[in-house]
Ligand binder design. Structure first.
Ligand code: CO8
Length: 293
């Protein structure tokens, strides 16, 4: 796998026909995202405007240790500040997206330190990312792994993926959205069944229940997710961010409040150059040139 920051990566960038600006952007991206221990970060897509984060703790089924989650958080910080990135894909391996929080790391923690130190509070970074994030889930997405996928905006699954909230088997409960986000995707009865029994569901079931939007053959999953991310990245980043904010607010608001919020954001697009450009390009039968302004 080609790691951003590698010498090979830099030489590909330097020898390509891309403009100097792209080279500078890539070099900046490389310098801020290399050196991770638990994740791999790459640029993908024809225009290199999709960031791919691969969770990379193969011996532990990508169990989410604190170090891994901090690295995901740092990677998202730099991707958010990089105008050359339009969308992000998070994936794992074919065996596991992530088998949950690292049980070995967690096992000796005491209540008072969890409570006082707000244990896992900073693990929500994915859900506050302004750029669209797609989870490409192969293999196990269990506990915190399922929760991490649900923090993303879109979930695609490989045909052998398994989703579950097995915390009940460990004498605990989901701690990063399993009891809250799951119910909004699959409804109360299914969410309750998954959380109370710890049973896993297949990717076909996950698609049927509305947890994932598409299922692909495992080997094609990441490429398909990148294709979708490229499509998103081809739009105005400013308008994409507004659209994402409007959809996410449906979680938090009543229908009346949500419709009002949507209408105000819709009105706001009329203050942007990209809205004017998009409609003008349609009328002039040409491809719009977005400026994210
Ligand atoms: N933590 C630490 N190590 C793990 C984890 C985990 N969650 N899952 C697997 N591993 C390790 C195993 O310990 C084993 O390591 P070793 O070889 O050193 O013994 C290695 O991965 C392979 O595992 P298995 O031998 O068990 O492999 P199997 O193929 O038999 O089973 C499973 C694979 C089904 C994935 C199984 O390992 C399993 O059930 N894992 C635990 C799943 C689980 O209970 N997850 C929930 C954890 S609690 C949680 O996520 C709370 C969330 C809190 C918030 C998170 C915010 C994002």
């Amino acid at each position: 796998m080609l790691k951003v920051g590698s010498r090979f990566f830099r030489s590909v960038v330097n020898s390509s026909n891309n403009s100097q600006i792209l080279s500078v952007q890539l070099a900046r991206f490389a310098s801020t995202t290399s050196g991770y221990e638990h994740i791999l970060v790459e640029r993908k897509g024809e225009k290199q405007n999709v960031a791919l984060i691969t969770l990379n703790r193969p011996k532990a089924f990508n169990a989410l240790c604190d170090g891994l989650m901090k690295e995901v958080s740092n990677a998202l910080d730099s991707m958010e500040n990089d105008s050359g990135i339009g969308a992000i894909v998070i994936t794992g391996s074919e065996r596991a997206f992530a088998a949950g929080a690292d049980i070995k790391e967690m096992k000796d923690r005491r209540f008072e330190e969890c409570y006082s130190g707000n244990f896992l509070n900073h693990w929500n970074r994915v859900s506050s990312c302004k750029k669209p994030v797609i989870a490409a889930v192969n293999g196990y997405a269990l506990g915190g792994g399922c929760e991490l996928a649900m923090m993303c905006d879109i979930i695609y699954a490989g045909d052998k993926a398994k989703f579950g909230q097995p915390e009940i088997n460990l004498g605990t409960i989901p701690g990063a959205g399993g009891t809250q986000r799951l119910i909004r995707s699959v409804g109360k009865s299914k969410a309750m069944e998954m959380c109370l029994t710890g049973n896993q569901i297949t990717s076909e079931e996950a698609e049927k229940f509305g947890l994932v939007s598409k299922v692909f053959p495992a080997a094609e999953l990441v490429d398909e997710a990148i294709k979708s991310a490229e499509k998103i990245a081809s739009h105005s980043q400013l308008i994409v961010a507004m659209c994402k904010e409007a959809v996410n607010n449906a979680y938090e608001m009543s229908l009346t409040e949500g419709l009002h919020f949507e209408k105000r954001l819709f009105h706001t697009t009329f203050a942007t150059n990209d809205r004017k450009e998009g409609m003008t390009a349609f009328v002039e039968k040409r491809t719009p040139k977005w400026t994210s302004s």
